[in-house]
Write a protein that binds this ligand. Structure first.
Ligand code: GTR
Length: 416
C-alpha cells in the first residue's frame, strides 16, 4: 500500500501519466491472456456468413465500427486538387518527377509534394505508393528534389533540428526506398512526406489536412492515422489521372505507423488494389487482444493524436473491443495483402501480425482465394504467399531491401 502510494505521488509530481509509468510490455507467449476473437465470418448476432454478398454487407458494418471506435471518421473530400510540376528529370531508366498537389477547400489550402519514379520500359506502370518518414529528399540523391519545409522530428543522423529538415538528409533513405530496383522491375514508385499530410505531434488537429475542415470534433473524429490514410487517397485521386500509371494496379504500402495508415487507406479506398503492411504492429496487422508488446492503452497514451478519442475506452480493455484487427484485414479481401514482420521487432508482435492474416483468411476463401497458405508460423526468411503474403525476416524494425524484394515478388505473382 505504501509502495502504491509512493508510486502515485511520483506519477503526479512528475506529471507522467500513471499508465506509462506502470506499463511493462509482455514478450512471453505463455503470458498472453486467454482471449476470444470476434468471428470474422459472422454477423453481429452470430449467424455465419457463407457468401460474398452477405460478407459485403458485414464489411460495411465492420468498417463503420473501425471508423467510430478506432481510427475516427474521415470526411468525404469535396474540394479541388491542382497539380503543379516542380521538377522532372529523365535518365535512361526512369523519369523522376516531383509534383505539388494543392488541396483547396473553401478558403483553405494544403500542399502535398509527391515524388514519382516511373520506369521507362513500362507504360502504364503499376505503382507502389507509400508515405515516407523524413521527406522526399531522403529518397533521392537528385539535387532538385525539394527538402521538406514541413514540421519534422529532430534526428541527428539526418540533420533535422528545431523540427526542420536539412540538406544533410538528402539521399539518406534510398536503401529503404530502392527506387532504381523498383523501376528496373517495371514498377513505379510514388511517395510523399507524411508530415505534409499531418504533422506527427499532438497539435489539437489545428494543422495538416485536419485544418481543411471545421474543427468541431467529437470522440469519433479522425485522428492522424486516418488523416495519413486520407492523404494517400488524395494522391490516388491524382494518380488515376496519369496515363503513365496503371490505375488498376496501385499498391499502397507503409512501414510502422505508416503501415497502420496504409491498411486503413486500403480499407477505406477500394481503388488500392494491393495493400502492404510493414511492421505495422498495434493498430495495424497485429491482433490487439494478444496484448503482446505494444498495447492499445500504451499506444493511446504515447500517441494520443493517432486514433479517435473513442479508442481510449479500450485501454486495458481489449476484450471489450467490438472488433479486432483481423476483421480490418478481412475488409481488404479479395485484394492481395502482404504483411511483413521483423524477428527482433517484438514491440510490433510479429506472431500477432501473422495471426491477423491467418484469421482474415476465411473471408478471402469466400472469394475463392487462398489467404495465408499456412496456419503454421513460418520460419525466418521463408515467405509464404497466397492472396495474403507474409514473411518474418531477421532483423528489427525497419523497411529493408529484403522486404522490398518480397513485395516485388508478390506483385509479380498477382499482377504479371
Ligand atoms: C513506435 C510506436 C509503434 C510504431 C512505431 C513507428 O514508437 O509505438 O506503434 O508505429 O513507433 O511508427 O516507427
Amino acid at each position: 500500500m505504501k509502495i502504491l502510494y509512493l508510486f502515485l505521488i511520483i506519477c503526479f509530481s512528475s506529471n507522467i501519466p500513471a499508465y506509462s509509468q506502470a506499463f511493462v510490455p509482455n514478450y512471453d507467449e505463455a503470458k498472453i491472456p486467454f482471449y476470444t476473437l470476434p468471428n470474422v465470418i459472422a454477423f453481429e448476432d452470430g449467424s455465419i456468413i457463407t457468401n460474398v454478398a452477405d460478407w459485403e454487407k458485414r464489411r460495411a458494418e465492420i468498417l463503420g465500427v473501425f471508423s467510430k471506435e478506432v481510427y475516427g471518421t474521415s470526411p468525404e473530400w469535396d474540394g479541388e486538387i491542382t497539380a503543379t510540376e516542380v521538377s522532372s528529370v529523365a535518365t535512361d531508366k526512369f523519369i523522376r518527377k516531383e509534383i505539388k498537389l494543392s488541396l483547396h477547400r473553401k478558403s483553405k489550402k494544403v500542399d502535398l509534394y509527391v515524388l514519382l519514379f516511373l520506369p521507362r520500359q513500362q507504360t502504364p506502370a503499376p505503382i507502389f505508393l507509400g508515405l515516407n518518414f523524413y521527406g522526399n529528399q531522403t529518397l533521392s540523391d537528385g539535387a532538385n528534389v525539394l527538402v521538406t519545409q514541413s514540421w519534422i522530428r529532430d534526428n541527428n543522423d539526418l540533420g533535422s533540428e528545431n523540427n526542420r529538415a536539412s540538406e544533410k538528409s538528402r539521399g539518406m533513405r534510398t536503401a529503404n526506398w530502392p527506387a532504381e530496383d523498383i523501376v528496373e522491375k517495371g514498377y513505379g514508385l510514388a511517395s510523399l512526406y507524411y508530415g505534409d499530410v499531418d504533422p506527427d505531434f499532438d497539435d489539437g488537429f489545428q494543422n495538416g489536412v485536419h485544418a481543411l475542415y471545421d474543427q468541431e470534433r467529437d470522440e469519433s473524429s479522425w485522428g492522424s492515422v486516418a488523416a495519413w490514410a486520407w492523404g494517400l487517397s488524395r494522391v490516388m485521386d491524382y494518380l488515376v489521372t496519369l496515363p503513365e500509371v496503371d490505375a488498376d494496379k496501385v499498391a499502397v504500402l507503409g512501414h510502422s505507423r505508416l503501415g497502420k495508415a496504409a491498411i486503413w487507406a486500403g480499407a477505406t479506398d477500394q481503388r488500392f488494389s494491393m495493400i502492404i503492411s510493414n511492421n505495422s504492429g498495434c493498430g495495424g496487422a497485429a491482433l490487439s487482444r494478444r496484448r503482446f508488446g505494444e498495447t492499445v492503452g500504451r499506444i493511446n497514451t504515447s500517441f494520443p493524436h493517432w486514433f479517435s478519442e473513442s479508442f481510449r475506452q479500450y485501454n486495458r480493455r481489449e476484450d471489450e473491443l467490438p472488433v479486432d484487427q483481423h476483421q480490418l484485414l478481412a475488409t481488404l479481401a479479395p485484394r492481395p495483402l502482404y504483411i511483413a514482420s521483423g524477428e527482433d521487432d517484438k514491440w510490433a508482435d510479429p506472431r500477432g501480425e501473422f495471426l491477423g492474416g491467418v484469421e482474415a483468411s476465411p473471408v478471402y476463401e469466400l472469394y475463392q482465394k487462398t489467404g495465408i497458405p499456412t496456419t503454421e508460423f513460418p520460419p525466418v526468411n521463408q515467405p509464404v504467399m497466397g492472396h495474403i503474403g507474409y514473411h518474418i525476416r531477421n532483423g528489427g524494425h525497419g523497411l529493408l531491401g529484403y522486404d522490398w524484394q518480397q513485395f516485388l515478388k508478390f506483385a509479380d505473382m498477382h499482377w504479371r
